[in-house]
Ligand binder design. Structure first.
Ligand SMILES: Cc1ncc(COP(=O)(O)O)c(C=O)c1O
Length: 325
């Protein structure tokens, strides 16, 4: 592995030391901007088109003119990736970030919109355990921002709403993830992913109105249609999840992570060892793996390279074997 970390900044490819932005810029001190995270599978960008669609919708919402065309941004993204591929193992992958800020500078003077692209190697150790052990979810008191305040459909930089939720939950259980409710007590999403549960063989999720339109969520909806799994989008509360058979959280980098419990109550049979992911979640994981052509679960486990990885890999293999028998 070789090569320098190369960052795209306003048309130039530079080193991290050269990638400087003014502290007097509103993106820095006001979170005045938007972002995207696109994953690679086998070093190829996955669904870049859908990420750029959402990026331009977010820009329109916050009224930032990015100053370059979609084609130029796509080409810059590919080039940023290409220039960084030499830095990672062939079995590893990147999360490729787009960060765009307004550029307004309180000190006055010329202030172009800032467009930064950079590659972050995926931290597989964060996710590997969750594939077999599941996420513990807790509903915090902090509610997801209402659509008429800051619309959750826009992927905006100012994430204090989700940060507050995570801080609250971590005080109760440092390893838990917040599952946020809206002002009416309906389930929305976690701080970093969309949420699904399975009840009576149906795949249920919150309405698109109150959540980020996740690219992973959209892909799962397509895969569910192919697998003839019925999908219902609705107003669900914690009650529905307590009674569910399975649940999972999804987002670009970890893809699908099963959920073991909500507020300490096991979901379905997931209190029992070896039951995660549940059968429908597992079908969706397998379909996702086929769709992207990379077994990202095994990839995560193999990248750990220690004893824990061996244990997790064994648990995963045994879960796969029991699903086939
Ligand atoms: C609040 C929130 N919801 C959902 C998602 C999932 O979106 P995607 O699947 O496009 O990564 C994210 C991802 O960062 C998120 O931050």
């Amino acid at each position: 592995m070789s090569g320098e970390n190369i960052i795209y900044l306003n048309g130039a490819f530079v080193t991290p030391e050269e990638a400087m932005v003014p502290v007097t810029e509103r993106g820095f001190f006001g979170g005045d901007g938007i972002y995207e995270v696109t994953r690679t599978f086998g070093h190829k960008l996955f669904s870049l088109d859908k990420h750029l669609d959402r990026l331009f919708r977010s820009l329109a919402y916050v009224r930032i003119d990015v100053g370059i065309t979609r084609e130029e941004l796509a080409a810059a993204t590919q080039e940023t990736l290409d220039r960084n591929l030499g830095r990672i193992d062939t079995l590893s992958d990147y999360a490729v970030w787009h960060v765009i800020t307004r550029g307004d500078n309180v000190m006055g003077g010329p202030s172009p919109t800032i467009v930064a692209l950079f590659c972050v190697e995926i931290e597989f150790d964060i996710y590997a355990g969750t594939y077999v052990n599941g996420l513990r979810l807790i509903t915090p008191g902090v509610r997801r921002t209402p659509v008429d305040s800051i619309d959750p459909k826009a992927k905006v930089l100012s994430r204090m709403n989700q940060i507050q939720a995570a801080l609250e939950v971590k005080r109760v259980d440092p390893g838990a993830t917040p599952l946020m409710l809206d002002g009416d007590g309906n389930i929305t999403e976690t701080n970093t992913g969309n949420f699904f549960f399975i009840a009576d063989g149906k795949l249920c999720t919150s309405r698109a109105r109150t959540v980020l339109g996740g690219v992973t969520r959209a892909t799962i909806l397509e895969l569910a249609a192919e697998l003839c799994i019925e999908v219902v989008e609705g107003d669900y509360t914690s009650y529905d999840v307590y009674a569910a058979d399975e649940a999972f959280v999804c987002s670009t980098t970890p893809v699908i992570m099963p959920t073991v419990s909500l507020n300490g109550a096991p979901i379905g049979s997931s209190g029992n060892d070896g039951s995660l992911p549940g059968p429908i979640t597992l079908r969706l994981i397998q379909a996702f793996i086929d769709h992207v052509g990379v077994d990202y679960v095994e990839q995560a486990m193999s990248q750990l390279g220690n004893n824990a990885a061996g244990g997790l890999a064994k648990a995963w293999a045994s879960r796969m074997a029991s699903s086939e028998s």
